[in-house]
Design a protein around this ligand. Structure first.
Ligand code: KG4
Ligand code: ZN
Length: 353
């Protein structure tokens, strides 16, 4: 079957076409096209996503992105068997653009409409490159809006067993990056800067720079990034004051050391709670997903925990970690098989219980 998928929950307008076939021992998922139109250049001017501008940019881009997806796949809208769309969580005005487009497409072509949760879609990106993957598994979602651990017993159900009590990891990366003067979003630049810092920064060294852990100091599987974020920002301001004031430019080595210490706090905190989850539960596989899953240091730290606990580790390639519609198509396919459908009353939701 052919699935056409749309994603517009934040600042990427995306469309993809997936050819999915049920095989004797699983599913064959072949991505025919995967188009992402990013609004980052527009929002970078403001240092963050401006919701009203994002909705308008989606409305402008969506038809072209969809027709590019058909051109790249070499198929026609009449060939499509079902349309999948992200309906939550995200920016409401942005989500509504994708939902309205998908509803109109489903209605014109008289095909099923499949509502997709953005978080489940991030995790489903793993099905595209790990054909052996199937539930049950433990999912670790680390993105701009989420830092959560979920038990995934089947293709439809996600049970949250731990999550952030305040900011998400991606928000902390972006905020620290902004205070350091990196362009929005700061995550990818912080990754490189931390790599440079780690050439000399010793996370275990005596008297080293150290920031608070985002792992809550209790026996829950929860996180809290606001204390870490504030500590790093205060450290940057104090360092600037010592160098002559707020206008002072921090030398690159200083920024690299801060990025390394911040990244170590994030990776160690996430690794700690993941390890607790693996000791408590009987999980044979961990799937990590979301924009921050692209972080090279986090990938290594999570892989090390999985190796220690003899658990299989699956993570999508970098190209499928950020927002895209390929992941929506994979999630949509499995939900379709489970009988999940929406009708023309489908609404968008900023948050989901
Ligand atoms: O999943 P995503 O594309 O959007 C949400 O659903 O939230 O995640 C975006 C987040 C941003 O905060 C961005 O800075 C972060 O992912 N990010 C990274 C890296 N690449 C993207 N954070 C750390 N290291 C990276 N390499
Ligand atoms: Zn996302």
């Amino acid at each position: 079957m052919l699935i056409f998928a749309i994603e517009s929950s934040c600042d990427e307008t995306a469309a993809a076409i997936l050819e999915a076939t049920e095989t004797e021992n699983g599913h064959s998922l072949k991505l025919l096209s995967n188009i992402v139109s990013s609004q980052i250049a527009i929002h970078a001017l403001y240092g963050g996503v401006v919701p009203e501008i994002a909705s308008r940019a989606h409305a402008e881009a969506i038809s072209k992105v969809a027709s590019d997806a058909f051109a790249e796949a070499g198929c026609r809208p009449e060939d499509i068997d079902a349309v999948a769309v992200t309906y939550a969580p995200g920016l409401i005005g942005s989500l509504l653009v994708g939902v309205s487009f998908a509803k109109a497409f489903a209605s014109v072509h008289k095909i099923p409409l499949i509502p997709v949760d953005h978080i489940k879609a991030h995790v489903a990106a793993a099905y595209l490159t790990a054909p052996q993957l199937k539930p049950p598994y433990l999912a670790l979602v680390v993105s701009g809006g989420h830092t959560s651990l979920y038990e995934v017993p089947d293709y439809e159900t996600f049970t949250e067993i731990g999550g952030t009590r305040d900011d998400a990891a991606g928000e902390a990366f972006d905020k620290v990056g902004r205070v350091m003067g990196l362009p929005y979003p700061g995550g990818a630049a912080m990754d490189k800067l931390a790599a440079k810092g780690l050439e000399t920064y010793d996370p275990k060294g005596k008297g080293r720079l150290k920031f608070p852990s985002p792992a809550t100091p209790d026996d829950t599987l929860d996180f809290s990034f606001s204390g870490l974020k504030t500590a790093v920002i205060n450290h940057i301001h104090t360092t600037k004051q010592r160098m002559g004031g707020e206008e002072a430019q921090l030398p690159e080595e200083t920024c690299a050391e801060i990025a390394a210490a911040f990244t170590c706090a994030v990776t160690e905190g996430i690794a700690k709670k993941l390890d607790m989850a693996l000791v408590r539960g009987n999980y044979s596989t961990v799937v990590m997903a979301g924009g921050v899953a692209a972080n090279s240091h986090l990938r290594r730290a999570v892989e090390a925990v999985c190796r220690k606990r003899k658990t299989e580790f699956v993570v999508p390639p970098l190209s499928l970690c950020g927002d895209n519609a390929a992941m929506v198509s994979a999630c949509g396919y499995h939900l379709y098989r489970c009988g999940v459908r929406a009708d023309s009353t489908l609404n968008a939701f900023a948050n989901l219980e």
